[in-house]
Design a protein around this ligand. Structure first.
Ligand code: COA
Length: 328
């Protein structure tokens, strides 16, 4: 069995910013309400007129990750891309990304949807492919335009989400320290209706009423409680299973959904807040882009160095969840 390491990281966010102040012009809300309930101050919103879509945002993040990995794009052997809203129903967005990157090697391209946990699921799949010797270099991307399904008349959900992209090159490890130690993936389908988007797919193929409040249906309090409980217990469990202490962990990147969820997870799991990476105030919940985007920013800011132990945990519709412990 081989081990894998994160060789390069990259990210991209659109320039367009919707501040909380701007949200007050759309509906009855306030900066105080949004800040107090979520910690979010602003979110980035893709602009179709600027050609900002999941695939084109992924291009920018992938170029940065490939450059930082110091490999040639043709060395990528498979693209795994997670998204809750693809450019098209088909072909998949990973294929569009291969084309935009100008890759000629005809590598396999797969889209994966596990909602906000999608990128962590992709990371674990990529790690298995490397561990088994199938591939050496894998591009793992999370790219999201939540704005394409956000109802800007619905104050209860639209304030929570934003757009962005993160990417990594995961490669066969060239040193014995860098590796993924353990992963936990799960999905509690008994709560599938607590966060669900039905329109536009086989059971509800036509988007009829653009004023509907129910593009995304969410039982916020159920999602909140499940998120805190599941992420905190998976974090505790993964440390126990690997004989790792909280002191051993250098950086903790939880899914950036909501400051209160992040703080509650850290509190419940008794993890020091100084070692938690937080950027939800700038970007809101970018679904499956949230962890790779935060990871790339953490590397850029010098918060994560080679040899550091990194704990990642995510949560999303499904209700999917996942936790990974790795040495960077
Ligand atoms: N501005 C002002 N008021 C708002 C509002 C907004 N943007 N959105 C909702 N409200 C109102 C509601 O209408 C409700 O009013 P009412 O009591 O008169 O009906 C009131 O605020 C309280 O709503 P409630 O749903 O009880 O608030 P809450 O404390 O549960 O917070 C969330 C709401 C959504 C912030 C919280 O439940 C949450 O963060 N859930 C998790 C969501 C999430 O992260 N989902 C993605 C997971 S991947």
């Amino acid at each position: 069995m081989y081990t894998s390491q994160i060789l390069g990281t990259g990210h991209f966010v659109p320039d367009q910013i919707y501040t909380n102040q701007y949200m007050t012009t759309l509906f009855d809300t306030s900066d105080e309400w949004i800040t107090e309930r979520t910690g979010i101050k602003e979110r980035r919103i893709a602009n179709p007129k600027e050609n900002e879509f999941p695939s084109t945002m992924a291009l920018q993040a992938a170029k940065m990750a490939i450059k930082n990995a110091k490999i040639d794009k043709e060395e990528i052997e498979i693209i795994l891309l997670s998204s809750t809203m693809s450019d098209y129903h088909f072909p998949n967005t990973a294929t569009l990304l291969q084309d935009l990157l100008g890759m000629k090697n005809k590598c396999a391209c797969i889209d994966l949807n596990a909602a906000c946990t999608g990128w962590l699921y992709s990371l674990v799949m990529a790690n298995s492919l490397i561990a088994n010797g199938v591939y050496k270099n894998i591009l793992v991307v999370g790219s999201e335009t939540t704005s394409s399904y956000n109802n800007w008349m619905d104050r209860s959900k639209s304030v929570l989400f934003g757009d962005g992209c993160g990417a990594i090159v995961l490669s066969k490890s060239n040193n014995e320290n860098s590796k993924i130690h353990k992963s936990i993936l799960s999905s509690d389908s008994s709560k599938k209706d607590d966060l669900i988007m039905r329109t536009g797919m086989a059971r509800s193929p036509f988007f009829v009423d653009s004023k509907s409040m129910d593009i995304v249906e969410m039982n916020g309090q159920v999602v909140f409680k499940s998120a805190v409980k599941t992420m905190a217990s998976q974090c505790a469990s993964i440390l126990e299973q690997t004989n790792t202490t909280k002191e051993d962990v250098d950086l903790f990147i939880p899914h950036q959904a909501n400051m209160r969820i992040i703080e509650a997870v850290a509190r419940r799991f008794e993890f020091p807040k100084e070692k938690v990476f937080i950027n939800v105030q700038k970007y809101a919940n970018t679904s499956s882009a949230s962890i790779p985007l935060a990871l790339s920013e953490a590397v850029e800011a010098g918060r994560l160095k080679r040899g550091d132990k990194l704990l990642l945990t995510a949560f999303g519709s499904g209700l999917t969840s996942g936790t990974v412990l790795l040495t960077y």
